[in-house]
Design a protein around this ligand. Structure first.
Ligand code: PEP
Length: 256
């Protein structure tokens, strides 16, 4: 089954108002590419302070805007939090959930992340569900088991190719410049595909599996060529329009 490629950028806690210029550059770059990038779903997830402005700048272009997290409740007494409904209202179409930095910084558990995924779906957002092992878990030979357990416990019932993408992000590869070997990425992605088939049947064939962790223009093409890799979740390299667009070009070339 042919899946559209997806390249999503995660700006994390980076970007003040002037960073809207990067959104404008990406929108312009996609317009220049026209049909060449038409096979790739392109997403940028800026900090929430920039989200509404980014969505306005991206309106009518192939770029869509996403959030980086959402609370499990639609509204209420949760100081500092943002709900999926609020993200949708600001123009987001998707949201990253379960990122390892949120799991570490905010003690997010699989069960809590599962509630957030359900909340994203309730608000009509696509969830980009992040999973990944620590370096110690990989060294101990527990990478596959760890990631599959995270999927099992953080994915609620009801996933489809339209409302879900899964990002495999080994924690030790995020922001370090290190990446797993290609066969290690494929091993995890194939295991994720099989687990999704067991959970949601044939719909699993429509769910995009993204790799994340030090993806950059120089390694994107080889990563995208690996089995069961449908795109990338990109951190640092998504902060520069030129690099982000080069990664989109690699996805478009590999999935043409
Ligand atoms: C991320 O944080 O989702 C990520 C993949 O970061 P980087 O590309 O910078 O490793």
């Amino acid at each position: 089954m042919a899946r559209r490629a997806m390249v999503a950028g995660n700006w994390k806690m980076n970007g003040k108002r002037q960073a809207q210029g990067v959104i404008e550059q990406v929108v312009a770059g996609l317009a220049d590419r026209g049909e060449k990038a038409a096979g790739v779903d392109c997403i940028l997830c800026p900090p929430s302070t920039l989200l509404a402005g980014a969505a306005e700048r991206a309106a009518g272009s192939p770029l869509t805007i996403g959030g980086q997290d959402a609370h499990a409740e639609p509204s209420g007494a949760h100081t500092g939090d943002i709900s999926a409904e609020m993200l949708a209202d600001a123009g987001a179409q998707c949201v990253i959930l379960g990122h390892s930095e949120r799991r570490a910084d905010h003690g997010e558990t699989d069960a809590y992340i599962s509630a957030k995924v359900a909340a994203a779906w309730r608000a009509g957002l696509t969830a980009i569900l992040c999973l990944g092992e620590t370096e110690a878990q990989r060294d101990d030979g527990d990478a596959v088991e760890t990631v599959l357990a995270q999927l099992d416990n953080s994915l609620p019932e009801g996933g489809t190719g339209a409302n879900l993408a899964v990002a495999y992000e080994p924690i030790w590869a995020i922001g370090t410049g290190r990446t797993p070997l290609l066969h290690e990425i494929s091993e995890i992605h194939s295991a994720l595909r099989d687990a999704l088939i067991a959970r949601i049947g044939s719909e699993a064939g429509n769910v995009r599996l993204l790799y994340g962790g030090s993806v950059k223009p120089s390694n994107a093409a080889e990563i995208f060529a690996a089995d069961n890799v449908d795109g990338a979740l990109v951190g640092g390299a998504s902060l520069k329009a030129e690099d982000f667009l080069a990664i989109i070009d690699a996805a478009a070339a590999t999935h043409a």
